[in-house]
Design a protein around this ligand. Structure first.
Ligand code: NAP
Ligand code: COA
Length: 263
């Protein structure tokens, strides 16, 4: 069920970095369903081609690594050249794995920071002069790790915290040109690679679900609705914000404490 009209994004162009699977692909598909012309990008060219096909007959599937500034710039140029100046850019590429700091090499830490944080800088820096200004809207996909420290997640916590500040700085710098910059912080989303890595067993999923105020994982389609709102005219005075689409997860552990004292 969506509150948005079917042609809401007609005439708009969107580029979704990391849009070849999971949450970001769901966002790309929703933008296309609402009338936008869409490009999705990821490292694997076959995956990108298949993702584009699932987005729509005219969608572009591009292959690039967000850690490589030249490569992401070329992908953005190809998208804006073929689809037109960009109205919407989503930066959602990420990498993650569970490892304590002592089980993580310097390269393991750097790899995640490079994809998530440096990748988001690269995508936004490289797209700026290809944007339709004023009126363009950028979204970075962040996570609860940005705010709440979590063991085995030093790399993702550091990277996503950096993304949150990057969102706010760019919102300040680019607001005067009419470019809005916001973030979405999804909670645990069902059926995604991220949750397969972070809560790989049924027991882990159950324990996590019991802590979420809304007592369930979210759906990809629910994050996509938040991504539509932020780029829509309804959010025209919204910039520098991070929308938690997480069932209340950020509020803390909401498990039933009866009989457990205050802990
Ligand atoms: P996913 O399915 O693994 O999607 C990651 C996407 O990024 C894929 O398209 C992947 O394609 C691409 N990618 C990865 N590394 C890349 C690189 N170096 N350069 C370019 N593209 C790259 O992940 P997901 O679980 O849906 O998560 C999507 C986003 O939501 C991430 O930002 C994640 O941190 C955030 N998030 C997820 C959850 C969750 O519950 N899953 C919760 C909170 C936040 P290739 O592998 O082909 O490159
Ligand atoms: N535990 C500890 N270290 C790990 C690890 C794990 N589970 N997985 C990878 N690493 C380390 C590697 O050992 C390597 O360090 P080293 O060179 O010192 O040995 C470093 O991380 C880079 O690994 P590599 O496989 O070369 O990186 P990559 O660029 O090919 O892939 C990853 C990046 C590791 C993040 C990979 O998991 C990936 O591509 N993820 C994308 C999908 C994803 O994570 N989705 C969820 C998003 S929330």
């Amino acid at each position: 069920m969506s509150a948005f009209k079917d042609n809401l994004l007609a005439g708009k162009t969107a580029f979704v970095a990391g849009g070849t699977s999971g949450i970001n692909l769901g966002i790309a598909q929703r933008y296309a369903a609402l009338g936008a012309k869409v490009a999705v990008a990821g490292r694997n060219p076959e995956k990108a081609a298949a993702a584009a096909k699932s987005v729509g007959a005219d969608a572009l599937g591009l292959s690039c690594d967000v850690r490589d500034y030249g490569a992401i710039r070329r992908a953005l140029e190809e998208a804006s050249g073929k689809l037109g100046p960009l109205d919407i850019v989503v930066s959602g590429a990420a990498g993650n794995f569970l490892a304590g700091a002592l089980d993580m090499s310097a390269n393991g830490f750097r790899t995640v920071v490079d994809i998530d944080l440096n990748g988001t800088f690269n995508v936004f820096r490289a797209c700026y002069d290809l944007l339709k200004r004023p009126g363009a809207s950028l979204i970075a996909i962040t996570a609860g790790q940005a705010v709440n420290p979590r063991p085995m997640q030093a790399h993702a916590c550091a990277a996503k915290a950096g993304i949150n500040q990057l969102i706010r700085v760019l919102a300040m710098e680019w607001g005067p040109s009419g470019v809005r910059v916001n973030g979405i912080s999804p909670g645990p989303i069902a059926g995604t690679e991220g949750m397969a890595r972070l809560a790989p067993t049924a027991d882990a999923e159950k324990a996590l679900t019991n802590r979420i105020p809304l007592r369930r994982y979210g759906e990809v389609s629910e994050v996509a609705e938040s991504a539509v709102f932020l780029v829509s005219d309804s959010a025209r005075y919204v910039t520098g914000t991070i929308l938690d689409c997480d069932g209340g997860s950020q509020l803390g552990d909401a498990s039933d404490r009866r009989g457990a004292g205050l802990n």
